[in-house]
Design a protein around this ligand. Structure first.
Ligand code: GYE
Length: 333
């Protein structure tokens, strides 16, 4: 048993702690569907609860996690929550009853996780947060959090807008398409952007509404924005997909995206980069979905009882239209 072996390696007080935390020898009995098989040959079993399949980013993220698990020899129990917190809570409870070795998940919203995370902790199953954070004050409920700094992403978008409109006398009329309500990237990208732009009275936020990170909703909300506001100068969309949906709405309204209405988005997935290269988007702040390899490394360390950093930050850049043209041929997602 992998857990027993790693516990023996540890020594002293840590052994007792590790055994207590892992539920000791009763774990890995091979009961339950699927997970038992891996444990018997020492393979780590990871339960992963994904947000859904709402965007190009998410699809690339799922692929990265599935491929990296396979490459790392980790058995993945993958569950798609279809953007619903209740489904994620159910999946996590099911992972606990299957006695997986480790749980990883990307929380659809920030709040409301304390109870289920406590259940995992009491069962001795470590948890890794990937991509999105939770707002639980108790940091012992999870081992580490791997993902981007969404506030910084919002700030980068804001800095670009400030520069782009530096010589405009104003007002600069802006609209914002937010991610799904309560999600860490929606809260933080809004906050980061406002922290840069907010203090300058030249910039006016006419409307800011959730587009749920999807193309369909991005289009729908942008249509409403356009009906209510004849004079929009800039759209800030919290992801490429909503920006791409909005482009359709802008074109249908007889306006030129990227020219009549400037557009800044976050993610830099292929379709977004193509629209950027085509001049329909003006600037993209990158957010990398390729979290799989690091997640699997961290999972192995956590299961082996090694200490891991509390926070693992993703590295990312930004793209102008020119930069998108040269980056596109090698873009992986
Ligand atoms: O930006 C968006 C996706 O949590 C970083 O979720 C992720 C965000 C990403 O739906 O496209």
């Amino acid at each position: 048993m992998l857990r027993k072996v790693s516990a023996v390696v540890l020594g002293g007080v840590l052994v007792a702690a590790a055994l207590a935390a892992c539920g000791g020898q009763e774990r890995g009995g091979g009961s339950g569907t699927g997970s038992g098989a891996g444990k018997d040959d020492g393979q780590i079993v990871m339960g992963f609860s994904q947000v859904g399949a709402e965007s190009g980013w998410r699809t690339a993220n799922t692929k990265s996690i599935q491929e990296s698990a396979e490459a790392a020899g980790i058995k993945l129990q993958f569950s798609d929550a279809q953007q619903k917190q209740e489904n994620q809570i159910k999946a996590i409870r099911s992972f606990i009853s299957q006695k997986v070795d480790i749980i990883a998940f990307s929380p659809v919203v920030e709040s409301g996780w304390d109870t289920v995370l406590k259940e995992a902790k009491d069962a001795g199953i470590p948890v890794i947060l990937t991509d999105r954070a939770v707002d639980s004050p108790d940091k012992t409920l999870y081992k580490t959090f791997i993902g981007s700094d969404f506030v910084v992403e919002g700030q980068k978008a804001g800095e670009w807008v400030k520069q782009e409109f530096a010589s405009a006398s104003g007002p600069v009329n802006m609209v914002e398409l937010q991610g799904n309500t309560g999600a860490a990237p929606a809260i933080d990208r809004k906050e980061g952007f406002a922290s840069v732009i907010g203090s300058d009275p030249k910039f006016k936020m006419l409307a800011s509404q959730p587009g749920d990170f999807t193309r369909v909703k991005g289009k729908e909300v942008m249509e409403a924005f356009l009906r209510a506001n004849p004079d929009i100068d800039l759209l800030y969309a919290h992801n490429d997909d909503m920006g791409l949906g909005a482009i359709e709405a802008i074109e249908a309204a007889g306006k030129k995206p990227g020219t009549d209405i400037k557009i800044v988005t976050v993610d830099a997935v292929k379709d977004g980069m193509q629209a950027l290269a085509d001049g329909k988007i003006n600037f993209i702040v990158e957010c990398s979905p390729l979290l799989g390899p690091q997640l699997m490394d961290l999972a192995k360390k956590v299961v082996a009882g090694e200490t891991v950093p509390e926070r693992v930050l993703t590295e990312e850049t930004t793209f102008t239209q020119e930069q998108a043209k040269s980056a596109l041929p090698d873009r992986k997602y």
